[in-house]
Design a protein. Structure first.
Length: 122
């Protein structure tokens, strides 16, 4: 009987710890939404991004020097878009072919097409 009493005390302690660690119902939405929205916005590539930073944010810097200086440095530099760009891949690479079939297949898919991309749709 001593063992069962000890188990009950331990289960109650674990239950109290779990309940105290979980957020209050009113706080749950307020704290979770801004963090999730911020993470989603950081993952969305701006159309004029020139680099991907080490912490997975994007930079619009004109030169590689100093870009991402407070974000873990430049992980991938894309630079200025080429004149014949027709689309942008999800990882930041440029697509310059008029043919859309297979576009950015090795780069995470197409993030967006430019107005110049009037080629054949897949």
């Amino acid at each position: 009987m001593h063992v069962t009493s000890l188990l009950r005390v331990m289960l109650v302690a674990v239950g109290v710890a779990v309940l105290s660690a979980s957020p209050v119902q009113g706080q749950k939405g307020a704290a979770a939404k801004p963090a999730a929205a911020k993470a989603k916005n950081e993952m969305r590539m701006p159309k004029n991004a020139t680099a991907r930073c080490g912490d997975s944010t994007w930079s619009k810097a004109a030169s590689q020097q100093g870009a991402c200086s407070s974000h873990g440095g430049v992980a991938k530099w894309f630079g200025k878009a080429p004149a014949n760009m027709t689309g942008r891949c999800s990882d930041g690479e440029y697509w310059t072919n008029e043919e859309r079939r297979g576009a950015c297949s090795q780069h995470g898919g197409v993030a967006f097409w430019t107005s110049k991309a009037k080629g054949k749709k897949s």
